[in-house]
Structures are given as structure tokens and as C-alpha cells.
Design a protein around this ligand. Sequence first.
Ligand SMILES: Nc1nc2c(c(=O)[nH]1)N[C@@H](CN(C=O)c1ccc(C(=O)N[C@@H](CCC(=O)O)C(=O)O)cc1)CN2
Length: 291
Amino acid sequence: MSATIIDGKAFAAGLRARVAEDVRGLAERGIAPGLAVVLVGEDPASQVYVRNKAAQTVEAGMRSFQHRLPATTSQAELLALVHTLNADDAVDGILVQLPLPAGIDAQAIIEAIAPEKDVDGFHPANVGRLATGMPGLVPCTPLGASMLIDSVRPDVAGLEAVVIGRSNIVGKPMAQLLLQRSATVTIAHSRTRDLADVCRRADILVAAVGRPEMVRGDWIKPGAVVVDVGINRVPNPQAEDGKTRLVGDVAFDEAKEVAGAITPVPGGVGPMTIACLLANTLQAAKARRGL
Ligand SMILES: Nc1nc2c(c(=O)[nH]1)N[C@@H](CN(C=O)c1ccc(C(=O)N[C@@H](CCC(=O)O)C(=O)O)cc1)CN2
């Protein structure tokens, strides 16, 4: 039997519409949430993401502030910009696009962002809030992934969840979100022994490793919810012009024959990242005003 395909693109559109509606309500009270996005360097994928973030911010009725800096920007210059944005009352959310060029310590930049404006949810204060179950800003990709899981399996209490990947951006916060919902959570990674066997016991399987199609169909428990966070560009043998295609960390065609529900790539978790960024910016704007 073929799995339910979870339509992240449609879900993200719905979330953006709900954010826009809330933003209209704030506008009536003279409030315009603002999001500042900082891009350092010319990474082609990052340029696309930043452009999409700005466009969707404006579409939702919020103010967008873009800062594009050359790859030669020093850490001190970037820190100075972050401090300026922290102090700018028109800015409710600050996001520094990752990855940063070599030579800039990303963690130092993240820690410089005021926690109440940290719409990426990467600041240690927000990481701690998530870990301790306090309200705070939650990283966008795992937040979006958890909404997609909720849409097909609203109650995960007592279920086995396996998260492959232990990054601060996806794997660890994803595990926290599942734990908060009382799933039994395993974080697997490159040193995990018998990874396929570990995955086979998962009712909820989240793949966030960055290795194209690593998770095979026979790693999946029949009926499991499979969430693919990977975005990998691979050569497209069908294209004559050397163009690439996007694949996830899961071998989709095999997995969809076994899973109960699965997110595709593209069109699954990816679009949720920016929709959740808008939701976080709205949340930050309200919280800063005590609303
Ligand atoms: N500061 C941050 N940097 C990065 C983050 C982040 O959350 N905060 N995440 C990623 C990139 N990212 C947003 O920044 C992002 C990735 C993917 C998508 C998306 O919509 N993907 C589409 C496919 C797009 C394509 O064709 O390339 C999909 O999966 O359908 C949006 C945002 C790293 N950096």
C-alpha cells in the first residue's frame, strides 16, 4: 500500500495565510512586525532562501530588512550589525543566514543576537527554554516538521521516534519537540551501530543527515510516519544540460511503499521552514509588546 504524501507546500501556504491574518489584526493597532535577514557572501542556495524569505515576509504584511554583506566581511563587522539590529525598535526578528563564510564563528554570531529577536531559535537561551519546556522561539525546520507530523499523527505519546542527525539546527531540537509530546526518542548519528535496525523500530522516523537517499525502504517500519529533512542536490541523469535534481535523505520511491505517511522532497519540510520563520517573527513581535 502506498503512503499518504504529506503536502508541506499546501500546509505552509495555510500557515502563512494564518500569520498574514494575525498581522492584519496588528496593523489595525498600528503594529508592523519587522524581520531583518542578514546574508554574508554569495552562496547560491542561500541567496535563493534569503530572497524567498524577504518576499514571503512582505506577502504576510510584515516589514522586511535585508542586509547583504560581502564574503570578506569580518566577524567584528557582522557582530556590529547584529548589535545595531538588536537596538533597532523596528526589528522584531533577526536571522543570520547559515552557513557563514569560513573565518566567521557562527556560534559567536548566534549568541550576539538578542534572545527575544532570535527567530531562528538558535540562541542558547532559546535552546534552554525548549529543553526545559518553557515558552520560547523554536528552530523553524524542526517546528515545521513537528507540525507536519501532527497533521497525520496528532498523538505520538508512547510511540518510538528515531531522529537521524544530531545538529543543533534540526536533530537536537526535533528530538526535544518529540520528547515534549511524550514520544520515546532516540537520536541516531554517524557513529550509531546497526542504524537500519534502529530505524526499523521507529513509528516516527525523521531523517536529517544530509546524505542523499541514505534511508532505504527496508529500513522503515510498515505504517511509520517518515519525515525527510534532507535537501541534497544530485546530478540528474535525465537532463542533458548537466542540471541537478533535489532528493532527500530518504529513498522516496522505496519508502512510500512501506510508510504510512511521508514528506516528499521538494515540497515537504522545506516550505515549512520559511512559514515557521514568519510565525516566529509574529510571535516575537507580540511578545516584545507584551501581547
Ligand atoms: N539561519 C538559518 N540558516 C539556514 C536555515 C535556517 O533555518 N536558518 N535553514 C537552511 C536553509 N533554509 C532556510 O534558511 C531553507 C531550506 C529549504 C527551503 C525550501 O523551501 N526548500 C524547498 C526546495 C527549494 C529548492 O529548490 O532548493 C523544498 O524542500 O521544497 C527553505 C528554506 C539552511 N540555512
